[in-house]
Structure formats: structure tokens, C-alpha cells
Ligand binder design. Structure first.
Ligand SMILES: [Zn+2]
Length: 410
């Protein structure tokens, strides 16, 4: 048995601190949480004046993708081995930043599955990884270069089966176009409801869920109609470029009622706007994006309205996009606190237990509770006072093993 003692340990509900407590760990599992003075000195590691949280859960990465403005050119031209090496480094970066579980939402199958297995086998260090592998997309459309192009209903169905057989933990489909790919229009729907519903049926037959990338309002609508459980971006772009946004509060109400998870990727915009303020090169403009995109305030107004209607959100920085480096997962929490109005504890729950629930893993991870995996991350000062403290951890513990301590800087 080992005891990890800290000045502040998050309580089981993740809404307050237990002052000077110790987490008892045996065989990678949390056995108990006890007052610090009761922990036997010879078995105790005193982490000191830190705030101990469950390991962070990050729901949206692209591990081979470099977080650079010229990433598209690089990943469409380089040898696949180079992307694989980058992915191996990226998962290490994520783990050292406190992320102990991560969901990758799009990469070549060869890279995604190899990285997942290498972590599981202990060959490389990284968070427990769930992977989508190749996202399903139309020919030459959003993220075509990851090997998941399918146009007709039959092709899409075959590809969904291929992903299930390959061992995907989740199926990712591009319900609308995206910004990253110059030949793709974010305002356009990629697949009709019936085709998306077919993917959902294949996935649920295998006991997994579907995550749909949807910038277009039409993509959000089609995904909801099709029974998709995870909406990615959910940006509500109107099809008509002059129409700007096409937010539908009634549909938002339905998203809330049906408990569909939404990853609005608002941390990505926050990091990009802070980069612009620093004078860094802005992310490239997609030449296929018609009309100007929404302002950040228009976007936030909608996220605030969805929140008020009870929509359930997950973490998910979209790691690998420009400025979304693999150690910046908490930027999503910053944006929720600073721009949507969540309390720091609400944002901490979003980064841990809520997203664990979205990934169907809350029985195993996401809070400091008896029986759960001993995945822990300690941060300086008090992130429940200042959410930006949820940045560089002083310690990261995965399955009861110390990954990062002050002697090994992240
Ligand atoms: Zn993404």
C-alpha cells in the first residue's frame, strides 16, 4: 500500500477539498481516502502544498497532427512513419500534462491503433487511449488524408464495419465539412440522415458510439436525427453564407433532453485568439469557407444558451490543431469558466467525471473514489479559485505509478 498525501485532496463529489488527506493506493486502485495524519509515514509520499485531482480526461485529439498553422501541408506530404513518431511523442506530452485518459477522434488507422496498443503494452508512455482511427468522410472532403473516404450509402456502411472490425472504440464521422481541409466546406452537410443512422446502427451493434463532427447546423440536425451520441464542434453554421449562424434553440433543447454530449471546442478558439494577441501567425483561412465565420462572442452566446438549456458538455481541445498543443487540454476548462460562466469546480468536473461519463468510463475513472483507478494529477495552489492553475501539474500518477514529479519537469 502507498499513501499519496496532499494539502488539498478533491472530495468524491468534486465540489470541494479535503484538507490534508491521503489517497491509499494498492495494485493501481484507490483503496481509501483518509486524514493525512493517519497515513503511516514509511508508506507515505507527501506531495506537499498541492491540490490533488483525478487525472484529466481529454475527449478530442488527433495524435499524429502537429499543432502548427502549416499542419495540413505537412501531414499530407510526409511519410506515415513521421506522423507515427510525432503521435508517440504527443501522447507522452499529454500524460505529463495530467491527462491520464484520452479519446483520439481521427488519425490513420495504422497510427491510431499502433499508438493505442503501444501504450497498453507499456512500450511508450501515454494516457489510456480510446481511438476512432480513420474518420468517415467523403472523397476529398474533411480529413480525407486519414484513409476513411466513402461516398455512397454502401461504401459508408462498409467503412463503418471495417472500423468496428479493426477495433475502433468510437466511430468518427464528418457530418459536415471542416476548416482544416482546404477542399472542404464547413457549411455543407456531408451525409443524409439515413446514411448517418446506418453508421449508428453498425456502431451500436458492436457496443460503441458515434461522434459526429458538425460545423454546419444541417450536420448537427442530421446527426441528432440519426441518433449520434457525441456532437463535435456543434457550431451551427448556416448553409447560406449570408445567413451566418442558424442556431435552433428547440434542437438544443432536444440535445439536452436526449443527453447527447457536446464538445464545443471553445478552448481552441481561446488559444488561437491569445496567439493572435501575441502576434503569432493566425490559423490559415479555409478557401472553401463561404462568408465570414461567427465572431467569438456570437459563438459563446450560443454555448451559453445551450448550457442554460441543460446541454451536457465534454472536454476536448481538438489537440493537434494550430495552437492546441498536447499539453493544453485545460484550455477548454478556462474557456468554460471565463466565457461561458461555469464555476471552476463545474469546469473541473467537466475535465474529469463528466467526460469519463461521456466515454462510459465513470465506473473506473474520473474521481478520487474507492475502487477506481489511481489516476491522479496534482496542481500548484488552488485551481478551484483560479482555473488557469489547472495547467502545469506538479505530479502525475497513473495506475498508482508516479509519472511526473518536480524532479522530472513536464
Ligand atoms: Zn478534431
Amino acid at each position: 500500500m502507498r499513501f499519496w498525501r496532499a494539502a488539498r485532496v478533491a472530495n468524491g463529489r468534486l465540489d470541494g477539498w479535503l484538507p490534508d488527506h491521503a489517497v491509499a493506493v494498492e495494485a493501481g486502485r484507490i483503496r481509501d481516502v483518509i486524514p493525512g495524519h493517519q497515513a503511516p509515514a514509511e508508506e507515505t509520499v507527501d506531495l506537499g502544498d498541492v491540490s490533488l485531482l483525478p487525472g484529466l480526461v481529454e475527449a478530442h485529439s488527433h495524435v499524429p497532427c502537429p499543432p502548427r498553422v502549416d499542419a495540413f501541408d505537412l501531414i499530407t506530404q510526409e511519410a506515415p512513419e513521421r506522423g507515427l513518431m510525432r503521435a508517440a511523442a504527443a501522447v507522452g506530452t499529454a500524460l505529463r500534462s495530467g491527462v491520464t485518459t484520452m479519446r483520439d477522434l481521427g488519425a490513420r488507422n495504422e497510427a491510431a491503433f499502433a499508438i493505442r496498443e503501444a501504450i497498453a503494452d507499456g512500450v511508450i508512455a501515454g494516457p489510456r487511449l480510446l481511438v476512432a482511427g480513420s474518420p468517415i468522410t467523403r472523397t476529398n472532403d474533411h480529413c480525407w488524408f486519414w484513409g476513411g473516404e466513402a461516398d455512397t450509402a454502401e461504401e459508408v456502411a462498409a467503412l463503418a464495419r471495417r472500423q468496428v472490425e479493426a477495433g475502433a472504440d468510437v466511430i468518427k464521422v464528418m457530418a459536415s465539412g471542416g476548416n482544416f481541409t482546404p477542399s472542404s466546406s464547413p457549411r455543407s452537410l456531408q451525409y443524409p440522415v439515413e446514411v448517418l443512422a446506418g453508421i449508428v446502427a453498425t456502431a451500436s451493434g458492436a457496443g460503441i458510439e458515434v461522434a459526429a463532427h458538425a460545423h454546419a447546423a444541417a450536420g448537427v440536425r442530421a446527426a441528432v436525427e440519426a441518433g449520434v451520441r457525441h456532437l463535435i464542434h456543434c457550431s451551427w453554421l448556416a448553409e447560406d453564407p449570408d445567413g451566418g449562424l442558424d442556431y435552433d434553440p428547440q434542437l438544443a433543447e432536444r440535445i439536452a433532453d436526449e443527453g447527447i454530449w457536446v464538445n464545443p471546442t471553445i478552448g481552441l478558439g481561446l488559444l488561437a485568439s491569445e496567439a493572435r494577441e501575441r502576434g503569432d501567425a493566425p490559423p490559415r483561412r479555409n478557401p472553401s469557407m463561404r462568408g465570414s465565420g461567427p465572431t467569438r462572442e456570437q459563438r459563446m452566446e450560443i454555448v451559453r444558451d445551450m448550457h442554460a438549456r441543460g446541454v451536457r458538455f465534454t472536454s476536448g481541445l481538438d489537440m493537434g490543431m494550430a495552437y492546441a498543443d498536447f499539453n493544453r487540454a485545460p484550455a477548454e476548462a478556462w474557456a468554460f469558466v471565463e466565457q461561458v460562466g461555469l464555476s471552476p469546480w463545474e469546469a473541473i468536473r467537466l475535465m474529469t467525471i463528466r467526460t469519463a461519463e461521456a466515454l462510459s468510463l465513470s465506473h473506473d475513472i474520473g474521481s478520487i473514489a474507492k475502487g477506481k483507478r489511481a489516476d491522479l494529477a496534482a496542481f500548484p495552489n488552488d485551481p478551484a479559485e483560479h482555473i488557469r492553475q489547472l495547467d502545469t501539474p506538479t505530479h502525475v500518477i497513473q495506475d498508482g505509478n508516479r509519472i511526473v514529479s518536480p524532479a522530472t519537469p513536464a
